[in-house]
Design a protein around this ligand. Sequence first.
Ligand code: GLY
Length: 247
Amino acid sequence: AGRTLVIEEGLTGPELSVLAICDGHDAVALAPAQDFKRLGDGDAGPNTGGMGAYSPVPLATSAAVNDLMDTAVRPTLAALRARGIDYRGVLYCGLMYTPTGPRVLEYNVRFGDPETQVVLPRLTSDLGALLAAAAAGDLAGRADRPTFDDGAAVTVVCASENYPTAPRTGDPIQGLADASAIDGVSVFAAGVGVQDGCLVTTGGRVLTVTGQGPTVSEARRRAYEAVSMISWPGMQYRTDIAADPAG
Ligand code: GLY
């Protein structure tokens, strides 16, 4: 595996992630987000699991999302059903907005990370009811359509030294309490453990720091203010998350 590479088509353009909640027959989209896959500012360096995200994304209008649901997500559910798969859960659609229109690059059967850390904080309707309706195969009958606040969320991933090649672990983490106390900020721990009573890094992507605010620029300001209070030896993060929202 991996010794032969087949290049079908090179695609260029901004990327977009749409999480669709599926009930086996139908699906509803959550608010779109944009992820930043490369390690360094300006999309330099190796691919990662994602170094930050923001939502909403100006280019992802509701017409564009409806079009995606009709042309990609619902036909995919129908194709799964035709193969005997009753897919209920989250369908993650990774898209690229090419000069000739949106194209689906990948599907995952899970939430996205770090997209979820900007999508769910904006959700104003009941996530539990939505997921229960999807699990029961009855989105239309049992749940209201998901609604989102009018504001924005920006999240910045803080990663350990040498992520993604050989992340170093065991570094003591400082500043979490102060960062979490900022208004509109939530800190999500991923690769964090406790050693001798102190928080330490235990993985590559260690924390995700989400700022929320009325605009992307205010959400971004809060996220980066919080990130500036957090530290450990070798901590890395991008400084350009949501600096130029794709419109
Ligand atoms: N952020 C990319 C993924 O969750 O696959």
